[in-house]
Every structure is written in structure tokens, then in C-alpha cells.
Design a protein around this ligand. Structure first.
Ligand code: FAD
Ligand code: SIN
Length: 530
């Protein structure tokens, strides 16, 4: 079945929805399709807690300070032009969110109640209690669903981008620039592959935290966009930089891991090891509010030193009434596990949280494939460098989706005629493979990545990971060629590709920076971090 539109958006998080909202308004006569692999609401965006970093009042904060904090957190691998562009545009994007009905907390005087997080020199985080992402996601969805020229396709899984490769087969020149013409998409309910054709495509499929065992990312974050882009030969960069959030709640068996927002440390939360030492004093003068890579590495090291499964976050010295007002969801979660934060310390562990690398885009979110944009966590814009500053991600998605919509308004080619696009060719033998094999392989990817490609890596660990992933890749290819296509199988295919890219980029990196640490590259600290 062929489904045509002018613009196809893949993904319904903040990047996809804000782009769809803008383009639908700019092009009221053009048709926009949004496909998303689960329920429309399900996304990393929905779980964002801390908020959005924005310099709003120049009397109290400055662009220069936010720029400096972003560059320091990113270990100066950031692109300075992009950092400046994003940070100076933030107020405009935040005002737009307010116009779209997003509610941010205010204090008793009616001023925005700005939070603080690791690596920020000022309070500049706009938030809605501790459920900022949910507030944004549902406000955007409400708006987008009311637009007459937008159609929504939930439970539609994008398998692959359509480029010259599928249209012209072996006749294509492998070296020439590629163009996107749409995507092949599995309708998860009907179990048929549909051909979504469009002149322009926005890829906004989010991150890949699910390649690790312990992650804050929901089940949809399986690196599908990276897998699709890699197979379509788009340029990809910085995949070695994976951000581990220092403080996910330690609750064995719960997946994804529940996040204890960095804003809790910004509010005064302190970290202790099992011996009762405030160990951050040994690692960084900024203590609990050092950038994430430093705090996560310190926790990982303390856990290994004492053979512990977690460290402890203490908020018992803070005013309980005020704390609940700011963090009602976190308080409720702790209560549900019998943790009384007035006297009990909260057990926390680092968890895979954010993918800094991704599909390379320019300032207008254009990828190396013609007519393909990418925005949000799937993209590599140059904002984050080697480690993302807290609460810069929602902002990045808003800015790049805005720029992409502006770019499309300027450059939409009315005369452009798409070539004839073939339907999906089903070559599989439709054999019903045991589902458990896919589950085993998925668990194996997570185990390999957690054991060998975590916070601390080494040449030997990376080589082991590569060898084991290769075996899984071959098994998956066989399954893909012969078995009935299912979401689980397709996700596994993308998890393996993403894991492979993280390993290969890690093997190529010859200097430790930000979120990347290979102990073989650092003789000095070899004894500190294990
Ligand atoms: P997502 O919001 O993840 O959306 C991706 C969409 O693509 C989803 O709808 C998904 O279903 C869909 N999709 C994926 N694959 C396919 C496919 N194959 N076919 C069809 N659809 C597909 N950042 C901040 O700036 N501030 C915070 O406070 C903050 N807190 C966070 C807390 C948590 C627990 C987590 C997990 C992240 C947090 N982040 C925060 C990071 C931030 O939430 C994400 O980086 C951001 O929301 C990404 O938005 P996105 O639109 O790129 O992707
Ligand atoms: C958090 O609330 O700690 C997450 C913020 C972020 O990932 O930017």
C-alpha cells in the first residue's frame, strides 16, 4: 500500500511534533504524515524531568555564561557557532512553548521558578514540577492532533528510509549524493509493510539508551533512526559519546530505571558512599554539581572500589514541604518503595541516559542525504560536544526543528517530481521464529554493552564487544532474511547496529574527552577508575 504526503515526520517526541506543528502552519495546503512506533505519547520527551535551560532575563543571567557552561560540560568538543546559535535562540523557543499552552512553574511572586542542575553556573532551568517532559509532550500532541492537514499513524514502525538504492537498485552510483523519497513502514496492527512516500522527510526517532541494561530511556529508544540512517549511508559522528546519568533509582528488576532528577542535587541533595563519606569531595570541587560525566564516573568508581551496587543520595536535611512541591513525582515513587526521604537516603546508580552522537546535521537540521532532515536526540548538531549539559536537549530539539521548518519554507520545491517508488519486496520465508531467540539476543547486546562499553572502557573490552556483536549481527541477518518481520526483530537489528557504531567510534578515539573514557589512553588515572 502506498501512502503519499508532502512531508513525512518519523517520531512523535518534541523534535517531531514541534516540526510538524510549524510546517503544518507554514504550509496549510500541504499534507503532513506523522508515523510513530508506539502510542503517540511514548517517547524520551514524555519522561524528561529537570526541564529546559534558557537564559530569559539578561539582568540575572547571560548568554556568555550559558555558552561557557555548555562548552565546559562538552569538554570543548562543541561547535562554538552552533552553541551560540542555540543559546541565543532559546528565549524565543521558550516563549513559543508558552504560547502553545505549556505551563512552567512560578514562585509566589509570579516569577518563573528556575531550577539548577550540574554544570550550570546559574539557576536557568524552566520546569513543570518534576514532570516537564510530560507537560510538553501532551501540550504539543493536543495542538498537532487538531491540525487539519496532519495525519497521525501510531503503531507504525519505520523499517528503512527509501533512497536511490531501493528505486534504482544496482544501477546507482554508490559515491553520488543520495536523496530520500520516504520510508518503508511496518503497520504493527495489520502486520503489513506500507510505503510512505514524501518529498521531504524529518527523522526524529530519538535516542538509543536501550542498548544498555540499565537505562532511563523507555523501551522505544532502540536507535532505530541511527540504524536507518547508517544503512542509507548518511554521515554519522560522535557515537562514542554516551551520557550516563549519575542518579537513577536503584531498584533491581525495574526497567527502564526511574530517574532521580539532577535538579534534586541542584536543590541541595548530597551523595554518600556506603561508608558514609561525601565522596565527591575527592573528585571535583563542584561536588555533586560537577558535569554529569564526572559525577557518573566518580559513582561508578566508588561502587567498584567497595563492591557496592549503589551509592546514596541524601535529601533528609532539606525542607520536606518545599521538596514535595518541587518533586512530587520523585517523592511518590520513593514512598511507593518504602523510602521515606525525610530519614532514608535514596539508593542511586548511573544509567545510560543520552546519545551525544548521531546523524550529522547542519544548522538547519539538514543531513548528508538530500531532502532528509534530522532533529532531536537522533542528530549530532555540534551543541553537546563530548558531554551534554543538563537540560540542553529539549532546547536543542526545539531550535533545530524550528530551523528545519524555516529552511523548508524557503526551499520547498513545488516543481519537484518524485520518481516511481517500488513497494516493499517481501523476500522473507515468513518462518515463525521462536520469539525467545530474539529476546536472548537483545539481552546479549545489553550485557555486552554494559560489561565492555560502559562508563569505563579499555582496548581489550572494546575488542571483545566487537567480536561478540559480530556473531549477533550474523544471527540477526539470518533471522531478518527468513523470519516474519516483527517490531522486536527490527529493533534488535537497530540495537546491534547502534552498539556496533558505539564500539567502532570508541576504538577510533585516541583521547579521553567528556563522556568517553578508555583507561588505556590514560595511564595517570588508571588506578582511580576501574
Ligand atoms: P523522543 O522524545 O525520544 O521521540 C522519539 C519518537 O520517535 C518517539 O515517538 C518514538 O516512538 C519514535 N520512534 C522511534 N523509532 C521509531 C521507528 N522506527 N518508527 C517510528 N517511530 C519511531 N532533556 C532535557 O533537556 N531536560 C530534561 O529534563 C531531560 N530529562 C530527561 C529525563 C529522562 C528520564 C530521559 C530519558 C531523558 C531526559 N532528557 C532531558 C533528554 C530528552 O528527554 C530527550 O533527549 C528528548 O526528549 C529527545 O526528543 P526527541 O524528539 O529527539 O526524541
Ligand atoms: C534530569 O532531570 O536530571 C535530566 C535532565 C537532562 O537529562 O537534561
Amino acid at each position: 500500500m502506498k501512502i503519499k504526503s508532502d512531508i513525512l515526520v518519523i517520531g512523535s517526541g518534541i523534535a517531531g511534533l514541534s516540526f510538524a506543528l510549524k510546517t503544518a502552519k507554514k504550509f496549510p495546503l500541504k499534507k503532513i504524515n506523522i508515523i510513530t512506533k508506539g502510542e503517540a505519547l511514548e517517547s524520551n520527551t514524555k519522561y524528561a524531568q529537570g526541564g529546559i535551560a534558557t537564559v530569559y532575563d539578561l539582568n540575572k543571567d547571560s548568554f556568555e555564561a550559558h555558552i561557557k557552561d555548555t562548552m565546559v560540560a562538552g569538554d570543548h568538543l562543541n561547535d562554538p557557532e552552533i552553541v551560540k546559535m542555540v543559546i541565543t535562540q532559546a528565549k524565543e523557543r521558550l516563549d513559543e512553548l508558552l504560547q502553545w499552552g505549556v505551563d512552567f512553574d512560578k514562585d509566589d511572586k509570579g516569577n518563573f521558578d528556575l531550577g539548577k542542575e550540574g554544570g550550570h553556573s546559574k539557576n536557568r532551568i524552566f520546569h513543570h514540577k518534576d514532570i516537564t517532559g510530560f507537560e510538553i509532550e501532551q501540550s504539543l500532541l493536543k495542538k498537532v492532533k487538531n491540525l487539519p492537514n496532519v495525519s497521525f499513524y501510531p503503531y507504525h514502525f519505520a523499517i528503512d528510509l527509501i533512497t536511490e538504492h531501493q528505486v534504482f537498485g544496482d544501477l546507482i552510483d554508490l559515491e553520488s549524493e543520495k536523496t530520500v523519497f520516504g520510508a518503508y513502514v511496518l503497520d504493527e496492527k495489520d502486520k503489513q509493510v506500507k510505503t510512505f512516500i514524501a518529498k521531504y522527510v524529518m527523522l526524529a526517532t530519538g535516542g538509543s539508551g536501550q542498548v544498555y541494561k540499565t537505562t532511563t530511556n523507555p523501551f522505544v529508544a532502540t536507535g532505530d533512526g541511527i540504524g536507518m540512517a547508517y544503512r542509507a549511508k548518511a554521515k554519522i559522528a560522535d557515537m562514542e559519546f554516551v551520557q550516563f546519568h549519575p542518579t537513577a533509582l536503584y531498584n533491581p528488576g525495574e526497567s527502564p530505571a526511574f530517574l532521580i532528577s539532577e535538579a534534586v542535587r541542584g536543590y541541595g541533595g548530597k551523595l554518600f558512599n556506603r561508608k558514609g563519606e561525601r565522596f565527591m569531595t575527592r573528585y571535583d570541587e563542584r561536588l555533586e554539581l560537577a558535569p554529569r560525566d564526572i559525577v557518573a564516573k566518580a559513582i561508578d568508581s566508588e561502587m567498584k572500589k567497595y563492591g557496592d551496587d549503589f551509592v546514596l543520595l541524601d535529601v533528609s536535611h532539606l525542607n520536606y514541604t518545599d521538596f514535595i512541591k518541587h518533586f512530587p513525582n520523585i517523592t511518590k515513587k520513593c514512598q511507593s518503595l518504602g523510602i521515606d526521604i525525610r530519614k532514608d537516603r535514596i539508593p542511586v546508580v548511573p544509567a545510560a541516559h543520552y546519545q551525544m552522537g548521531g546523524i550529522v546535521v547542519d544548522k538547519n537540521a539538514k543531513t548528508s542525504i538530500k531532502n532528509l532532515y534530522a532533529s532531536g536526540e537522533v542528530s549530532r548538531t555540534g551543541l553537546h560536544g563530548a558531554n551534554r549539559l543538563a537540560s540542553n536537549s529539549l532546547l536543542e530539539a526545539l531550535v533545530f526543528s524550528h530551523n528545519a521548518a524555516q529552511d523548508l519554507e524557503k526551499n520547498f520545491d513545488e516543481n519537484y517530481k518524485l520518481p516511481s517508488i517500488p513497494e516493499w519486496i517481501d523476500t522473507s520465508a515468513h518462518r515463525n521464529m521462536e520469539k525467545i531467540l530474539i529476546t536472548h539476543d537483545t539481552n546479549e547486546v545489553k550485557t555486552i554493552m554494559t560489561n565492555y562499553v560502559g562508563i569505563v572502557r579499555s582496548n581489550e573490552r572494546l575488542l571483545r564487544a566487537l567480536r561478540r556483536l559480530y556473531v549477533l549481527y550474523q544471527d540477526n541477518k539470518r533471522l531478518y532474511d527468513h523470519a516474519e518481520l516483527t517490531t522486536e526483530l527490527l529493533e534488535l537489528r537497530n540495537l546491534i547496529t547502534t552498539a556496533y557504531l558505539i564500539v567502532e567510534f570508541s576504538r577510533k578515539r585516541k583521547e579521553n574527552k567528556g563522556g568517553f573514557y578508555n583507561m588505556d589512553l590514560d595511564k595517570k588515572t588508571k588506578d582511580t577508575y576501574q
